[in-house]
Write a protein that binds this ligand. Structure first.
Ligand SMILES: [Zn+2]
Ligand SMILES: [Zn+2]
Length: 513
């Protein structure tokens, strides 16, 4: 059955315009004038003056992290160390948690705590000295464990910190490679609990108008749940997974999924981390932070090169987490030495990218994906830690436009919610949480922000033939918005409502639905 959408604004994101769009079997079959396209056997969808446009494509987040986050104790609203302790204690009582049963908590930010520091192992031991507790920083890059958790993971005073990470046994604080490698060893929830969480997570993404999601760091431990999710056809949005380099078993089990969707899942390539984050002063920088430190790398040049060579040999894409300009510099240099075919390598976060790096990025056909909402959420911290001049050039979108870089934007969920309309508003206004404007010169127009979240993101996934615009022949992956983001007051873009999210022609989210 053919469906015709009409009586609203249609943003096609290509040169073909019209006041009506026809969909059949999940594909767009025509765009043009209603009077020319309408046929009697069509189902008519009245847009009621609303706006139809391509759905959003998530350029970088962690579906698994987001899903599991739904099963964790949320500490986002805690304002003191005592709040954190109370929150965990209540969870233990309410859920009758037993000895040795791991508790994962997430979302704390020491900057938001009255004490302005991380909680300690001793303070978590005071909550329980028999239940292992791990609390994860909102960035996902560090966290604190109590004594039973450290014991369960075989960490003691003699344990050596892995390269690119640090273990502070005295306080229970682990960062970067130390944290991310040990946290993977925590036993997972049951498959049924996980399955439900992945469904809820997809519903959340759909509510933000997203129909293609990334799982930006897949490890072998996710093999069983993924097997179950594809076997039971539980993915109703497209999911693109990026493998950690040691996810050897996962890669073997899902070898038919390489760059090819089955049951809405495909493997896009590999993921690696080159440094940390600017707010934790672990992003690796060329010039120092205000306090004289430079952050540090998590991989050396040879490792970067080997990883890139392996990806090129296997014709896989690479996503590299690079926040600091020094990390970006090393990524560019290593890639320029090995690139032989275009694997569309992505610079994930790219926050401190310098204009002097953009020409080379352009020539190498690398794609920056900016964690733009940092300007709002962490802009005030950047001002303090980087100084005004450098903080203003965080996520230099307008400069990237000058070099015609096909950049994308992301929220790195679960770091923050995958709220695309909010990201557009921040890209257009660059206001911090405290209302300061951070680098007015780097503001962009709403249409450029939309491109980043649709056409460019489709290109990043090698899916420009299928997604990113409402063009004839492409998938009917679309959203209906209460207002036109190109016309509405620039300070109110985030207030636009997602009325419907449509995947392959079918409604997967409906406001009040
Ligand atoms: Zn990252
Ligand atoms: Zn990430």
């Amino acid at each position: 059955m053919k469906t015709i959408y009409t009586n609203g604004t249609i943003i096609t994101m290509d040169e073909n315009q019209g006041n009506a769009l026809v969909e059949e079997n999940g594909r767009i079959i025509s765009v043009g004038e209603y009077d020319d396209l309408y046929q009697e056997d069509m189902l008519v969808i009245d847009l009621k003056g609303h706006t139809l446009m391509p759905s959003f494509i998530d350029a970088h987040s962690h579906l698994s992290g987001y899903a599991m986050g739904l099963l964790q104790v949320a500490l986002d609203d805690c304002q003191t160390i005592e709040d954190i302790q109370k929150c965990i204690l209540e969870y233990i009582k309410a859920n009758k948690i037993k000895e040795n049963q791991f508790i994962n908590c997430k979302g704390y930010n020491q900057e938001n705590l009255k004490e302005k520091r991380h909680i300690t192992k001793q303070e978590l031991d005071a909550v329980s000295s028999t239940i292992p507790i791990c609390i994860q920083h909102y960035t996902g890059h560090c966290g604190v464990m109590n004594t039973p958790a450290l014991q369960a993971l075989n960490i003691n005073e003699k344990t050596i910190s892995p390269v690119g990470g640090k273990i502070n046994y005295m306080t229970g604080f682990l960062e970067e490679n130390a944290y991310t490698s040990y946290v993977q060893k925590i036993p997972m929830k049951s498959l049924d609990e996980l399955k439900e969480a992945y469904t809820k997570a997809q519903e959340k993404y759909a509510s933000y108008g997203i129909t293609t999601i990334q799982d930006g760091m897949i490890v072998d431990e996710l093999k069983d749940i993924y097997q179950m999710l594809v076997d039971t056809d539980d993915f109703f949005l497209d999911v693109v997974g990026y493998l950690g380099y040691d996810a050897v078993q996962f890669k073997e089990v899902f070898k038919d999924y390489k760059k090819q969707y089955h049951h809405h899942f495909k493997i896009g390539g590999y993921k690696m981390f080159l440094d940390g984050s600017p707010q934790n002063k672990t992003a690796w920088t060329i010039a120092s932070y205000v306090d004289g430190t430079y952050g540090y790398p998590t991989l050396n040049d040879e490792q970067i090169k080997n990883n890139l060579q392996q990806a090129i040999k296997e014709d896989m894409q690479v996503l590299a987490h690079c926040n600091g300009d020094q990390a970006i510099e090393h990524y560019i240099n290593q890639y320029s030495q090995v690139c032989s075919q275009d694997i569309r390598p992505v610079i994930i976060h790219a926050q401190m990218m310098r204009e002097s790096q953009m020409q080379r990025i352009k020539e190498l056909k690398m794609i920056p994906s900016f964690f733009l909402a940092h300007v709002y959420y962490f802009g005030d911290i950047h001002l303090r830690q980087l100084g005004k001049e450098r903080a203003q050039t965080i996520s230099p979108l307008h400069s990237a436009l000058k070099y015609h870089l096909p950049f994308t934007m992301h929220q790195d969920a679960p770091v923050i919610e995958p709220n695309m309309l909010e990201t557009i508003q921040i890209a257009v206004n660059r206001q911090t949480i405290n209302g300061k404007t951070l680098g007015k010169e780097e503001c962009i127009e709403p249409i450029e922000a939309l491109k980043a979240l649709t056409v460019h993101a489709a290109y990043q996934y090698h899916e420009e033939k299928d997604k990113g615009s409402l063009s004839v022949g492409k998938k009917a992956d679309m959203i209906i918005l209460s207002d036109n983001p190109l016309k509405v007051d620039k300070k109110h873009i985030k207030d636009i409502e997602i009325i419907k999210t449509i995947k392959d022609g079918k409604v997967v989210y409906e406001k009040n639905g």
